[in-house]
Design a protein around this ligand. Structure first.
Ligand code: MRU
Length: 350
């Protein structure tokens, strides 16, 4: 059995290139490849080789550096023009997870303070590294806050993978489980398989069992049965974008979990860093939902499971309204009502 520290990291920066853990090959193969250019990183994000809101933000931050290091001009004005284009290219890779745009825009903004092109390039690289390092501490704080809502012996249901490999370490929704394990608690998890691309089965079931946390896998349509028949203490999920009023976009299928949790009066928690909160949007209706390739639904791996040419729906995320969310757990604290007021205070460092 491994410990959390031995679970492969999603990203490794070696100063020259970004090593990306290819999450499409898990759980059967642990395979890293080198991303040497912005296009390599963008492609890895689109193909879900790196996925999970915080991890794609971090990958994009390094991707921006890999792009800007190729810029040849000495003119700062021309440099900033090209940086803007590269930033837009990265941000368009996946539209729903706000962490991607958050990380890229942060680096673009900081690079505006440079007085030379080489200084701007250095700032982008150093800030990408800082974001990467800070993410682990943030996730740990989220986990510690989330643990205050659980107890030794708790059973937690989760969806998709908001775990260590979706961040720099610990994860968001899975952070309390990893921390509970570190404390010696007997905690257990239920993981939905998460159709269409099985992040729950392939990633969460793997990650938790790697860390010795008992995990039971169920298909997405077994959640009603589970909540009706077993004692589940909490549902905890991650988030891709949280609007000012607390509405939350997360992996497709999260909404039905929230509805069922409410019906069975099981607390429904969203765990996410402040970088997932988008105060520029008031409500969830404004969130752009990524629509993905039809073959994710018509095929499992290379095996076709639906008739040729069938119409398909494949939204990657859905939006859970704030009324179904018991609390949102961040590194700053836990909020269960008056989301907007609290988010604003946090944004102002209060
Ligand atoms: O399409 P994915 O696998 O990137 O979706 C991931 C999720 O929905 C996660 O719950 C979310 O990004 C939080 S990851 C800490």
């Amino acid at each position: 059995m491994t410990t959390l520290q031995q679970i492969p990291e999603s990203l490794q920066w070696n100063g020259e290139s970004l090593k990306i853990l290819d999450q499409t090959k898990l759980p059967t193969e642990i395979y890293y490849f080198d991303a040497n250019s912005l296009q390599d990183v963008r492609e890895a994000i689109v193909k879900l080789q790196v996925r999970g809101a915080p991890a794609i933000g971090l990958a994009a931050a390094y991707g921006l550096y890999l792009g800007v290091r190729e810029i040849e001009t000495e003119s700062l004005e021309e440099f900033h023009r090209q940086v803007r284009q590269l930033a837009n290219e990265l941000i368009s890779a996946r539209p729903t997870a706000v962490n991607l745009a958050w990380a890229v825009e942060k680096l673009v903004q900081l690079s505006n303070e440079a007085t030379t092109v080489s200084e701007a390039k250095l700032i982008i690289m150093e800030e990408a590294i800082k974001l990467h390092l800070a993410d682990e501490a943030t996730c740990k704080e989220i986990g510690e806050n989330a643990l205050t809502l659980l107890h030794d012996g708790a059973a937690v249901l989760t969806h998709c993978n908001a775990g260590s490999i979706a961040t720099s370490r610990y994860g968001t929704a899975l952070a309390p489980l990893h921390l509970a394990k570190e404390k010696g608690w007997e905690i257990s998890a239920y993981a939905t398989e998460t159709r269409p691309v099985f992040q729950g089965a392939r990633l969460t079931a793997w990650e938790l069992s790697q860390n010795g946390i008992p995990v039971t896998l169920l298909t997405d349509n077994m959640v009603g049965y589970l909540l009706q028949n077993k004692k589940i203490d909490a549902v905890i999920v991650g988030a891709d974008r949280i609007t000012a009023n607390g509405d939350t976009a997360n992996k497709i299928g999260t909404l039905q979990l929230a509805i069922l949790a409410n019906f069975y009066q099981v607390p429904f928690y969203v765990a996410a860093p402040l970088s997932t909160i988008d105060l520029s949007i008031e409500t969830g209706i404004e969130i752009i939902i990524e629509q993905r390739d039809r073959t994710e639904v018509t095929h499992i791996g290379n095996v076709q499971i639906a008739p040729d040419g069938i119409d398909v729906l494949n939204p990657a995320f859905d939006v859970t309204p704030n009324s179904l969310i018991t609390a949102i757990i961040t590194e700053k604290g836990i909020v269960s009502s008056d989301f907007k007021e609290t988010f604003k205070r946090w944004e102002h460092g209060e």
